[in-house]
Design a protein around this ligand. Structure first.
Ligand code: SF4
Length: 636
């Protein structure tokens, strides 16, 4: 069995424009929106609009509307008086009257004002005809076949309902010609209608069966049905694919023709054809090709763009160019419950989304921005690993094993040993922080992706860079500031802008120090002089005592011979005791100068740490020697 679609079928310009206008209004106004009567004669489209919160309302229900509600005038148009009522009520009026119908209204108004009798060829109960008649004070003579035209006056202006049959127009004209002296005629039958009628007529002559698709109350669809029935006795009129009988294949039916009224959207035609065509035997004509090109197929996982129609607290609705709209729930936009969806997405905005369900319980295509971001994030992470570039992650969780971070919603793990270059005992301090990391593992198995990151390489290279800069800046005999990082028996390691230098114990003070820990502790910030530097071997020797004046410089002035000084016994030798006069300046009290009696060793008379008075016997600045006598003080 072959299926043929009429060359011209479905949505006409005026209807398409009205539907688009209604959806645009939805974006433009954050208000209640109504259409004065069903926007077009197609229940599926009316239901689609209802899902977008655009509801039909009848003229006698206007009292339920408030000022500033939006009302859309449908493509059929309305009488002038109705337009005035809407405006006086303070409503926002959006006129989606088809321009062809508006043209008729203005012709009628103008000629009525010029005292012509107005004749409309059409159906007196059709809303378009009622509307046109309203532009000449409801004084038009309405006829379909020329009856009722006996007393029409001498000057007549005649127009036609846009969906009227050509044959009726000609019939009425032939009567008018006979009955009046002067007439002016405007054949306002819409080309869209006549084109559909011509195509339907031609097709219905060639096929065994005709299927006319469109609203049961659509006059142009009804006319198509009448035309097709004249040529093909097996003609049926259905609103959509559900009404097509399941058993279409009779022995004598080899071909089916399809046409559709001007209010029938492409997707309803397509569904109907697909339902009838079990062997994909339909002929691709211009019309079908157009529909095919404009038809959007939706599959889970597909990335599509959509225009935001409306946004509320919980979800946004998107026009995705499909037969049903898309719904974008808030939790598919952000995981932050405190965020307001209205701040994140605005009506009219175009957004890229991923399809995660073809049909929700309410019939919408379910969309996600988060899934799309996550997919992009995986891609970026993978590329980052390949290129050895860095990414920034926010730390969301901490465990003994390490840190768990998030990159645009994707989990990234940093082992504890990769957080710092040294062991970090307090990982909690990283919680909530943003860290720059390298990806060191990206693996997938069992539908799971494992992503491991590290800071080590990054920190190492940062350290190296800082060290390079420091080595370049350091100069011998300059004073720098550093932090004591480690203490040993032979000295302290001091870090200067990332570079470690050795402060030998002998360079800490002019005085005698047993071990560095006696005067320094880890964390002390000290000033040091660079004693020596080897930039090649990266060796740095530091001195603290160089920054203090050598106590032997003016020793003879500070300690004149014959004077009495106080000092502390610091060590013993067989030949005497050393007494510290100040850090770095020790004097010797020979054993014979300790007391008036003979002693075998100094410790028989003195104790380490004991403070004693002594007389300066001699000072040798060159040899850094001072002779002292305790005995002579006692004798004084
Ligand atoms: S059939 Fe013609 S006049 Fe009627 S809405 Fe469509 S384009 Fe306008």
């Amino acid at each position: 069995m072959n299926i043929y679609l009429a060359d011209k079928a479905g949505f006409c310009f005026g209807v398409k424009r009205a539907v688009q206008e209604a959806l645009k209004v939805k974006i433009k106004y954050d208000k209640r929106i109504f259409t004065l009567g069903p926007l077009i004669h197609n229940n599926d489209v009316v239901e689609h609009l209802k899902k977008n919160d655009i509801y039909p309302i009848e003229l006698d229900e206007l009292y339920t509307l408030k000022a500033e509600d939006v009302i859309i005038i449908r493509s059929h148009g309305v009488p002038l008086s109705t337009k005035i009522i809407l405006e006086e009520k303070g409503l926002i009026v959006v006129d989606a009257t088809c321009p062809f119908v508006s043209n008729i209204q203005h012709i009628v108004k103008k000629h009525y004002e010029l005292s012509y009798t107005i004749i409309i060829v059409g159906d007196r109960l059709h809303p378009e005809v009622i509307g046109i008649n309203g532009w000449c004070g409801d004084n038009a003579i309405i006829t379909k076949d020329g009856t009722g035209l006996e007393n029409i006056g001498s000057r007549v202006c005649v127009v036609a309902q846009t969906t009227e049959k050509q044959v009726n127009w000609e019939k009425v004209l032939s009567v008018i010609i006979k009955n009046c002296k002067e007439f002016i005629g405007f054949n306002t039958i819409c080309k869209a209608t006549s084109e559909r009628q011509i195509c339907a007529r031609e097709l219905s002559k060639k096929v065994d069966m005709m299927v006319v698709i469109g609203g049961k109350n659509s006059s142009n669809t009804t006319k198509l049905y009448e035309i097709c029935s004249e040529n093909c006795k097996n003609t049926i009129h259905v609103e959509n694919s559900n009404e097509i009988p399941n058993e279409l294949i009779y022995d004598n039916i080899k071909s089916i023709g399809v046409t559709a009224g001007a209010s029938t959207p492409d997707w309803i035609i397509k569904e109907a054809i697909l339902k009838m065509d079990d062997e994909k035997n339909f002929e691709i004509n211009e019309q079908l090709e157009f529909m095919k090109n404009n038809d959007t197929q939706i599959a889970v996982g597909q990335v599509i763009k959509g225009e935001v129609i409306s946004v509320n607290e919980k979800e946004a609705f998107l026009n995705i160019g499909y037969k049903v709209d898309g719904i974008l729930p808030k939790n598919e936009v952000t995981k932050d419950e405190n965020e307001n969806l209205n701040d994140l997405i605005k009506p009219g905005e175009e957004v890229e989304v991923k399809v995660i369900k073809r049909r929700s319980d309410d019939g919408y295509v379910v969309l996600s921005k988060i899934e799309l971001q996550r997919e992009k994030a995986y891609d970026e992470i993978n590329k980052s690993k390949e290129n050895n570039s860095t990414i920034n992650i926010k730390i969301r969780d901490v465990s003994n094993a390490g840190l768990v971070g998030s990159y645009k919603g994707v989990r990234v793990f940093i082992p504890a040993s990769h957080v710092e270059l040294y062991h970090s005992s307090n990982l909690q301090e990283y919680l909530g922080k943003e860290l720059t990391v390298n990806i060191i593992e990206y693996s997938e198995y069992n539908n799971k992706t494992r992503i491991v990151a590290s800071r080590r390489e990054l920190l190492k290279s940062e350290k190296n860079k800082a060290e390079e800069i420091t080595w370049a800046a350091l100069e011998k005999d300059t004073t720098v500031q550093g932090e004591v990082k480690r203490l040993t028996d032979f000295g302290a390691f001091v870090e200067i802008n990332g570079v470690d230098g050795l402060l030998h114990v002998s360079e800490i003070s002019w005085g005698r120090i047993n071990k560095p820990g006696d005067v320094l502790k880890v964390g002390d910030v000290i000033k040091v002089s660079i004693l020596d530097i080897d930039k090649e071997k990266k060796k740095l020797s530091l001195s603290m005592k160089k920054l203090i004046e050598n106590p032997w410089n003016n020793i003879d002035l500070k300690y004149p011979v014959g004077n009495i000084v106080m000092g502390k016994v610091v060590r013993f030798a067989n030949f005497g005791a050393f007494v510290e006069l100040e850090p770095g300046v020790d004097g010797l009290v020979h054993i014979s100068q300790i007391c008036n009696v003979r002693i075998n060793k100094p410790e028989n008379a003195l104790k380490i740490g004991e403070v004693v008075k002594a007389k300066i016997l001699d000072v040798d600045k060159e040899q850094k020697k001072i002779g002292l006598s305790i005995r002579e003080v006692d004798e004084v």
